[in-house]
Design a protein around this ligand. Structure first.
Ligand code: COA
Length: 380
């Protein structure tokens, strides 16, 4: 029987590409479910390590399980020398590229990198999740010519990252803000980087290869690379009364407004709600952050109004990246590192998807619709 090929929508829009127990994005209700819980149940109420356990093991950990997970992950934070060589060689590269290059070396440190049994995958997930913050912090210090700071075992995942970047223990509000940010972005349905990772894993390739591919997909400005440009935009706008002219000008020039619009959400991204509260809390600490936050909130309303008017019916609403920019900026992180800091949270979700895909063990191999010519002959 001849195989019929149905043309798919551009960019696989609306196509269900996998079944998952990990997370669900309801773009009409504006809901994000992570491992059975709505994001608003989890954010600010469970730690990043607990959320990672939920995705990897299918349930939130009890007290003993959490203690055990922390005891296993903490010693894995330090980086092997081979990886450090790559971080140094990539000192001038953007942090997300340095992370991608360094991540690829981490398979050198696994007993059998090609072992894709669930137990081996979980070990690789712990190692990658433990080391991403150390990689990003080490690259930040090296690229600024500063001395490296070794990870500390007595600090939480988030507090330790801020300590390694800034060289001093963060205040508890900052550590909690980063922890909530990482929980908020830990997983998000079949987003492009997760899909890329699942495609790689579906070939029975290994965890480190899949996660390295996911980093490459996350980097682009249509996915994780938006918060850096969001901050540039806010700086460029300068004051709320200039937002309208600014956004009209951008749209007239055919440019997209970063931090707005989403493939799935047709209403406000629920992660934007969580992170606007976090940014609000953070901005209570420094006056400059408060000014930026107030300006951003006013500019957001103006941008939404103009988008509705200039792009009617497209339902372009605030997405996760708008308030991510404000949270990460208030944490004293550099815009160039924002997407790499995003990866430090999302890595736990990528690993969970790789585990799920390896368990399913079915090759993802779609077809393409050929729109080229046929029947050409060589005139020789
Ligand atoms: N600013 C202005 N116009 C936008 C827009 C934005 N942020 N996002 C989408 N649009 C417009 C497109 O120009 C297009 O207009 P048209 O119908 O006149 O051609 C229409 O909305 C549909 O765009 P399309 O590219 O088909 O939507 P998509 O589902 O592929 O886009 C994103 C999803 C996220 C890629 C898109 O909204 C975007 O580029 N946002 C900015 C980047 C960003 O914030 N990324 C982080 C995502 S979490």
């Amino acid at each position: 029987m001849p195989l019929t090929i149905t043309p798919t929508p551009r960019g696989l829009e609306g196509v269900v590409a996998a079944q998952t127990r990990l997370s669900h994005v309801d773009g009409i209700a504006g809901e994000l479910i992570i491992g059975g819980y709505e994001l608003k149940e989890l954010a600010g109420r469970v730690s990043f390590e607990e959320a990672a356990h939920l995705l990897w093991r299918g349930a939130l950990p009890g007290t003993d399980e959490l203690r055990e997970l922390r005891r296993e992950i903490t010693p894995l934070r330090a980086l092997p020398e081979d990886t450090m060589r790559v971080v140094r060689a990539a000192a001038k590269a953007p942090p997300i590229d340095a992370l991608r290059m360094a991540c690829a070396t981490l398979s050198l440190d696994l007993p059998d990198p090609d072992d894709i049994a669930p137990s081996a995958d979980i070990e690789a997930a712990k190692m990658l999740t433990a080391r991403f913050p150390t990689l990003v912090a080490a690259h930040a210090r090296i690229s600024e010519g500063k001395e490296l700071i070794a990870p500390r075992a007595d600090l939480s995942h988030a507090a330790n990252f801020l300590y390694m970047v800034h060289g001093k223990e963060p205040n508890p509000i900052a550590a909690r803000a980063l922890d909530t940010y990482w929980v908020t972005v830990i997983d998000h349905g079949m987003n492009a980087s997760t899909f890329a990772g699942r495609v790689i894993a579906s070939t029975r390739s290994d965890m480190v290869s899949a996660v390295t591919g996911s980093i490459g997909a996350l980097k682009g400005p249509l996915h994780g690379g938006a918060p850096g440009p969001v901050l540039d935009m806010l700086v460029d706008i300068g004051s709320a009364d200039r937002a309208e002219a600014w956004v009209r000008n951008e749209l007239k020039a055919g440019r997209r407004i970063m931090g707005f619009g989403h493939r799935v959400y047709k209403v406000r991204d629920p992660r934007a709600d969580v992170l606007s509260k976090v940014a609000d809390e953070m901005s209570a600490v420094h006056l400059e952050d408060r000014k930026l936050f107030d300006m951003a909130r006013a500019a957001e309303q103006t941008i939404l109004k103009v988008l509705d008017e200039v792009k009617p019916g497209r339902n372009l609403r605030t997405n996760v990246e708008f308030y991510t920019a404000l949270v990460l900026q208030a944490l004293g992180l550099k815009p160039r590192s924002f997407v790499a800091v995003f990866a430090c949270g999302r890595v736990a979700g990528w690993c969970a998807h790789v585990i799920e895909q390896h368990t399913e063990d079915h090759l993802i191999r779609p077809q393409s619709e050929y729109i080229g010519q046929r029947g050409l002959g060589l005139e020789r």
